[in-house]
Design a protein around this ligand. Structure first.
Ligand code: ADP
Length: 748
């Protein structure tokens, strides 16, 4: 039935996340999958279902000679009416029912006792709140009870900052604030800017974020973020649970030390669990557990707690409960104990390998041995160490099966996890395959999750494939010499496509280091390997480097020839992220040749493609290039229009270098149009940006101000002097801007 299907679709967190992202525009499933860090085919399936239900709308768009389907929201609101004999869901009624977006990592709290005082403190808090105390004392449960709508982030100990901020971007996006996710999608990675965006986003949305198990954190950037937010947050809130009290300063931080339950509360817990204890028995229980809720749970499940002392309490209780378990349950406990992070149900079923995985799991949950988070389950940290010692299950084999499971639906996250467990299992051959997968399918991991990836790679640092990858991360961060050293080490040991990859990268880095002779040699080696291997990807790497090489050497015809080869190959590979980029390069080459009209054709195609695929960064880069090309053709109105679009976006994602480029072009166009007030405002804007970022083109603002004065019939020399002084280390910018301005001033 349709209504059932609709309600079911709406009760899925992933679907709600999709809908909340679609609110900001239309998307291709692949970009949507990237934003949500999920598998593309899963997203496509969900979109089709939502489309069938009439909530989203798909349409075919023709770009680059093929048809692609993109999706947008069809209804902004749904209402459900309970009427005699039927329930009706209307799409544009007056009433609407809220299905709050529930975040899957948030724990469910079914049973809760006491803690009135603590709840009050938490709910009245602002800024950063730290709840600390020993394992199992009830930190997680308390915080989940206090903030049911919070976004929940469990620390993993694996380069957490990048993943955390990506998730925060998504969370804030669901609350209607898109700036952080836009910033990250545009490859913005400046820590300071991210902190500012997180602060602004949390304050504007009044959002609450919970960071669980901060003691596992190995990424100092997370701690810096908390110290930054604490004194500054006004309306938003970050709650941290941890076993060890961190030092985040005092200003804006509330510390809450959680201790055991009070006797009345403990008694209530025992009663709610359906157990009868005599007053003496209860007194004994309380004396032993001191109100520790997890220990109480175990006591309830076990028998005969009287004879033991408190030091070995846990050991004893666990063993007591363990003895009562069946074989399957024991195996399941041992399985779960092997993993640091919660496992999806599907993964548990896959790893456990028999049909009755669920009954076994539920029995353990009922006994309070296994905990649940949405679609995930895990063993409480305290039990893990006990269960690990039991060793009922083969570790290496289990890890390898998990790798297999994770790669069935690869996402960046599952890729990183697969890497982690392949390394843990000591499986070098898998590392090689994973590196290949990264190069072919997950290019963005080296930028989006560089820290986590580097950390994993460092565990197998002597492997040549790992060296190739580590070099890639360094290269992306501009550490060219470091990258080069690793690649030179790895090169003789690599073979086939890996070798080709490293040769192409060496060609690239040689160009970055202006060693063109070296670049030519590596290019030649890449070409030979491409021929030998006859591999499309390798050919693509080769032509990409060759275009760059020819362009840098001033051989524009040659660059054009190889850029068209690139275009042919990216289309063959259906690589939607590369295609607009290649089109932009083709446009650049034509623009460099002075063929602006041809350049515009390619820029427009790049713009259309990236818009269809929802790759906003490239869409706006295209506007920027279009502005330049129209400026070249003296279509000043058009140049202003495109430069404005680009400037607004780049300011929003805090890419000030590109924003200044765009505003500078607009400013010159205004000057040509005689719109002097507007030109003046732009000039002042880029000077302001130069003052905070030091980006040199911004200082050209003074030269623009001088030109404004001259065009107003006044003397602008003072501004020209100032511009010259500020640009004394960047003479070519000074010359180029003066030359442009000279044309305008001469014409007037
Ligand atoms: P921590 O986060 O401090 O390690 P948890 O919040 O996971 O501890 O709590 C451990 C166990 O104790 C959980 O199974 C939880 O259900 C139970 N528990 C904790 N606090 C309470 C409470 N106030 N009421 C009922 N059960 C609780």
């Amino acid at each position: 039935m349709r209504i059932n299907a609709l309600l079911k679709a709406l009760s899925s967190e992933v679907n709600l996340q999709i809908l909340s992202v679609l609110r900001s525009g239309s998307f291709h499933p692949r970009e949507l999958a990237r934003i949500l860090q999920r598998d593309e085919s899963d997203i496509s399936r969900r979109l089709k279902n939502l489309e069938r239900l009439g909530i989203v709308e798909g349409r075919w768009v023709r770009v680059g000679g093929k048809n692609v389907r993109i999706y947008s929201l069809k209804v902004g609101e749904l209402s459900i009416a309970f009427e005699p004999g039927e329930v009706r869901i209307k799409t544009n009624g007056e009433t609407s029912y809220k299905f709050p977006t529930r975040w899957e990592k948030r724990p469910d709290v079914d049973l809760f006792v006491g803690r009135e005082e603590e709840l009050k403190i938490l709910r009245n808090s602002k800024g950063v709140v730290v709840v600390y105390g020993i394992a199992g004392i009830g930190k997680t449960t308390l915080v989940a009870r206090a903030f049911p709508e919070a976004y929940w982030y469990p620390m993993t100990g694996m380069g957490d900052f990048d993943y955390l901020v990506w998730q925060l971007g998504l969370f804030l996006n669901s609350l209607g604030w898109t700036n952080l996710i836009d910033y990250l999608r545009s490859s913005g990675r400046e820590e300071n800017e991210i902190l500012e965006l997180v602060l602004e986003g949390l304050d504007i949305t009044k959002g609450t974020v919970v960071i669980e198990d901060l003691h596992k954190c190995e990424d100092e950037r997370v701690l810096r973020m908390l110290s930054y937010l604490a004194p500054r947050l006004r309306a938003g809130r970050v709650v941290v649970t941890t076993r060890v009290r961190p030092n985040l300063g005092m200003e804006g931080v509330t510390y809450l030390h959680l201790k055991g339950l009070e006797p009345e509360e403990a008694y209530q817990l025992v009663r709610l669990k359906g157990r009868e204890f005599s007053p003496e028995e209860f007194a004994e229980l309380y004396k032993l557990t001191l109100g520790h809720p997890l220990a109480i749970n175990l006591v309830i499940e076990s028998r005969g707690f009287r004879e033991i002392g408190r030091e070995s309490l846990f050991d004893f209780l666990f063993n007591e409960v363990y003895q009562q378990l069946g074989e399957g349950e024991k195996r399941m406990l041992s399985l779960l104990s092997l993993f640091d992070e919660p496992l999806e149900y599907d993964a548990v079923r896959f790893l456990y390998g028999s049909k009755n995985a669920f009954p076994v799991l539920y029995s353990l949950m009922r006994r309070g041995l296994v905990e649940r988070r949405g679609e995930y389950c895990f063993l409480h940290e305290m039990m893990k160490s006990f269960a690990r010692q039991l060793g009922e299950i083969d570790k290496r084999d289990t890890y390898l099966r998990y790798v297999e499971y994770l790669l069935k639906r690869p996402t960046p996250r599952s890729f990183l996890l697969a890497f982690k467990y392949a390394v843990k299992a000591g499986a070098r051959d898998r590392v090689r395959n994973l590196v290949l997968l990264r190069i072919r399918k997950f290019r963005r991991i080296v930028t989006d999750f560089s820290r986590a990836y580097l950390q994993l790679l460092s565990e197998v640092a002597d492997d040549p494939h790992a060296k190739l990858e580590m070099g890639m991360v360094y290269f992306q961060n501009g550490l060219f010499e470091k990258a080069k050293k690793l690649w030179l080490e790895a090169e003789p040991e690599l073979e086939g496509v890996f070798k080709a990859e490293v040769e192409a990268l060496m060609a690239d880095i040689s160009m970055e280091l202006t060693d063109f002779e070296g670049a030519r040699e590596y290019l030649e080696k890449t070409r030979k390997l491409a021929e030998e291997l006859n591999d499309t990807y390798v050919w693509l790497s080769y032509y990409m480097e060759r275009t760059k090489y020819n362009y840098y050497r001033g051989d524009l015809e040659g660059a054009l020839e190889s850029v068209f080869k690139e275009l042919e190959l990216v289309r063959k590979l259906e690589d939607i992220e590369e295609e607009p980029l290649v089109l932009l390069h083709a446009g650049d080459i034509y623009a460099e040749m002075g063929h602006y009209r041809k350049a515009i054709l390619y820029y427009e195609e790049a713009m259309r493609l990236s818009r269809v695929y929802g790759i906003r960064f490239l869409e706006h880069t295209s506007y920027m290039e279009l502005a330049k090309a129209h400026h070249g053709l003296e279509n000043h109105e058009k140049a202003v229009e495109y430069a404005t679009k680009a400037a607004e976006y780049f300011l929003k994602v805090r890419n000030y270098r590109r924003a200044v480029d765009a505003i500078a072009y607009r400013c010159v166009s205004y000057l040509s149009l005689g719109k002097l007030d507007k030109a003046e405002a732009d000039a002042r804007e880029i000077i302001r940006i130069a003052q905070t970022t030091g980006y040199p083109l911004g200082w050209a603002g003074y030269l623009f101000l001088g030109a404004v004065e001259k065009l107003r019939g006044r003397d602008g020399d003072e501004y020209f002097e100032m511009g010259k002084e500020k640009l004394k280390d960047h003479e070519w910018i000074y010359e180029a801007v003066l030359w442009e301005l000279g044309k305008i001033l001469d014409a007037s």
